[in-house]
Write a protein that binds this ligand. Structure first.
Ligand code: HEC
Ligand code: HEC
Length: 421
């Protein structure tokens, strides 16, 4: 082990509070940047036991890697073999000898071989460690660290650093935390234990990239671009204000914006009660009642430069209800919007998993189209891979089953075991 690697380890873990825009490898399918992935990125091992870690170089090659432990008294490492020395936690840093790219692995050493899932060992490190979800990723707790937004400025009144905080969910009432937040784990009300990981808000935020992608939206901590660009509406014509500006977030009722326009169309379609009314049926927004899906809404999905400078048209990736079009989704026509994604199993006009059959099924609030246009994947700046291979997070070691799984699946297993503290 060389001394320099400890210095690198220091760099990996030291972040300044003002440095929010940490960049992961950018672009679609590795267009830019050499980076390492590690398997597993999180593991626990009993004292005296070992676990092997593999490193892979993406967008480059490394003939060999150099490994270092942040605390040799807790964990030692030789090659990729990690040995538990004494109870505690240490970080393993790995550096590609040619590329210089680095990644880190979180290892906890337990006294005994484990037989049950554990919040502190399995779950907490995923949300409190830098560089866990991808190299350069910020710990969630840089931004979500307290059930207080007013004074402590923790985003969405959310605390992802403690078991209790996670269980209170997002945006709870600070004066009445129990039962008032949006559940993170799919439970009916926070405090309930009917977890539904597959349909949970947290799983969606960890996996779902904000659209359009490649290039991606700029993540803004003040959320100002979440309703899309400001627009003008006059004489039946919608135009994006150029150069693009985002001022609607604080006054969405008075500043016409792209998401408001799309919402108005969706609500009108629902109120009309007929899914087959077609794309030329008029609806109103911002005081103009001569707008139609085909001339005013569709360009946001078929044209470039509509959402931000150089944004890709959605139809570049989603152009037909066929396999070759991502998620069998057609965003080029009215019929495609009604049909939805994945053979109709993922409607875009609501958030359910069954095909739309009537206009009453429409639900803008939970719709995939709304969420994909507004919600940034967490943590911000995750690399977007067309192959989707990083959507479940890094590999992690499931010490209970004695096998490798993914971060997202380990959270599901923990919930399945009743979310033990
Ligand atoms: C750099 C700051 C930052 C980091 C780091 C960060 N978030 Fe966020 N998070 C935000 C902001 C800002 C929003 C609101 C904007 C948005 O939804 O895109 C948000 C929204 C959310 C929401 C939705 C809350 C709601 O009420 O709808 C969840 C859930 C979430 N983040 C989870 C996470 C998780 C999990 C991580 C780590 C894996 C994480 N965040 C890391 C800033 C951050
Ligand atoms: C560069 C290609 C690309 C572009 C451009 C793009 N998407 Fe996607 N889209 C994907 C991929 C890949 C996925 C699956 C991975 C993911 O969810 O992040 C996806 C997933 C989705 C989903 C979820 C489908 C499901 O089955 O749940 C929706 C909805 C979506 N995109 C809407 C849009 C919209 C709206 C736009 C334009 C504003 C857009 N996409 C632009 C590639 C793209």
């Amino acid at each position: 082990m060389k001394k320099t690697n400890i210095a690198i380890l220091g760099l990996l873990t030291v972040f300044s509070l003002t440095n929010w825009a940490c960049e992961g490898p950018a672009g679609a399918d590795g267009a830019a940047g050499v980076y390492l992935s590690v398997s597993p990125a999180l593991a626990s091992v009993a004292k005296g036991g070992t676990v092997s870690v593999t490193a892979t170089t993406n967008n480059g090659t490394d003939g060999s890697y150099t490994w270092a432990s942040s605390d040799e008294n807790v964990v030692s490492v030789s090659g990729g073999t990690v040995s538990g020395i004494s109870e505690g936690t240490a970080i393993i840093a790995v550096v590609g000898d040619e590329s210089g790219a680095s990644a880190s692995v979180i290892i906890s050493v337990t006294g005994e071989t484990r037989t049950s899932y554990d919040y502190t060992l399995d779950i907490n490190p995923m949300f409190t460690s830098d560089n866990f979800w991808f190299p350069g990723s910020d710990a969630c707790t840089w931004c979500h660290y307290a059930n207080d937004e007013e004074e402590l400025h923790s985003k969405h009144v959310m605390d992802l650093g403690t078991f209790e905080g996670m269980m209170y969910g997002a945006d709870p009432d600070p004066d009445n935390l129990a039962g008032s937040g949006h559940p993170l784990f799919g439970e009916t009300t926070t405090g309930d234990t009917d977890y539904d990981w597959g349909n949970s808000m947290l799983k969606g935020r960890l996996r779902n990239n904000r659209m359009p992608q490649a290039p991606a939206w700029e993540f803004l901590r003040d959320e100002s671009n979440r309703l899309g660009p400001d627009i003008t509406v006059s004489d039946g014509v919608v135009s994006v204000i150029r150069p693009i500006q985002y001022t609607s977030w604080d006054d969405p009722d008075n500043v016409p914006n792209a998401l408001g326009l799309i919402e108005a169309w969706v609500e009108d379609l629902k109120a009309g009660g007929d899914l087959n009314v077609g794309g030329d049926d008029p609806f109103s927004y911002a005081g103009d009642d001569g707008l139609t899906f085909n001339s005013d809404v569709l360009p946001f999905f078929t044209d470039d430069n509509m959402w931000f400078t150089n944004s890709t048209p959605c139809v570049e990736c989603h152009w037909g209800n066929i396999e070759e079009s991502y998620h069998l989704m057609d965003l080029s026509s009215y019929e495609g919007f009604i049909y939805g994604a994945d053979g109709g199993e993922h409607p875009v006009l609501n958030g359910t998993k069954t095909a739309l059959t009537s206009a009453t099924d429409i639900d803008w609030g939970s719709s995939r189209i709304k969420h994909r246009l507004r919600d940034n994947r967490m943590p911000p700046n995750a690399p977007f891979l067309l192959s989707e291979e990083n959507r479940d997070g890094p590999d992690v070691w499931d010490a209970v089953e004695g096998e490798m799984t993914t971060a997202v699946d380990l959270i599901g297993r923990w919930l399945g075991a009743g979310a033990p503290h």
